[in-house]
Design a protein around this ligand. Sequence first.
Ligand code: NAD
Length: 369
Amino acid sequence: MKNLSRRSFLQNVSMGAGGVAVAASLPSFMMPPANDAGKKLNIAICGLGRYGNYLAEGIAVSQYCKVAGIITGTPAKAAEWKTKYNIPEKNIYNYQNFDEIKNNKDIDLVYVVLPNAMHKEYTIRAAKAGKHVIVEKPMAITPADCREMIDACKTAGVQLAVGYRLHYEPYNLEMKRLGQEKVFGQVRLIEASLGYKTSDPTEWRLNKALAGGGPLMNVGIYCVQSSRYVTGEEPISVTAQFGPITDKKLFAEVEASIAWQLEFPGGAFSNCTSTYNCGIDRFFASADEGTFELSPGISYGPFKGKTSKAELNFPEINQQAAQCDGIAKIILDNKQLPEHINGEEGFKDMKVLQAIYEAARTGKKISLV
Ligand code: NAD
């Protein structure tokens, strides 16, 4: 993925959506920190798997962040990352000695990129060590765990963000703007689906204790997010249905597919699906006076989108760099993270995910108010 400069981003955004008015000024998350004296946020990545690698590559090309440390249980990975990112030995931890990070002034923030069920423990340990935290989605596996993580960070006086990369991605920001500013009138219907075919039975994502659930936890969370940010509202009720178990070995513990429907107080209805059985990546909204949609629009891109009036045309950005810079600037400025990216956002999603599972299990409409 290309990492476009702020200037080229601005040029592309202002040319943008052809026929649909788009923001003409630099988005606030791309403005330099007020105290921009070359200071970078020193990040230690906890969990060097597939997404930990994506994040490190994004951070390496970011403006305000640095891969300053790692936490890993695999000595070979420690050696590889030490060379690749020029990480001093004193900033390398394993899961046993991780708590000693409290004595390390060269680490500002721990980015937790472990299997979902481990997010809570490592977020709380990082907070107790006095480090800010970014935790990957889903924030945890129950709303109660999310609340404990929020409380631990509050008690420790550190900030907690959730790794919602699409909150910094231009196509998704435009979908949010078109919906929330009612550019095409009141949104009535949202369809969001994300899925891919899974085949490795040893993958932790198929283990309920580690993943918390199946595709809903992993990718369905994005569809809940998109429904929430297009409407700018919290859902009031949910119905849901599990899809067929197509492979008893793969899906012994988690669902293979799940569909659900959310009702919003302003009158919007959202119909979503997530699956481990096939590829799908789309996000569609229909409002009183038109439609707007992305496909692909939720994964890593490149994205494509259009409205009922025109094509959408935004730059492809490095989503991980944009997200980390957006969060870093606020922390470097000693300001509080806004609610759309802090732990409260993760908690809100987790409440909806829990209700979706309850609705699918019971066949009942579950109230969220
Ligand atoms: P992964 O399997 O590639 O990596 C997991 C890492 O955790 C590995 O380094 C592994 O060694 C380590 N680990 C430690 N204890 C483990 C245990 N008991 N079992 C399994 N692994 C263990 O997974 P990933 O794709 O990097 O996902 C990690 C987190 O990142 C998940 O919460 C996932 O939802 C999230 N994620 C987010 C995005 C995004 O776009 N924001 C994309 C992918 C993954």
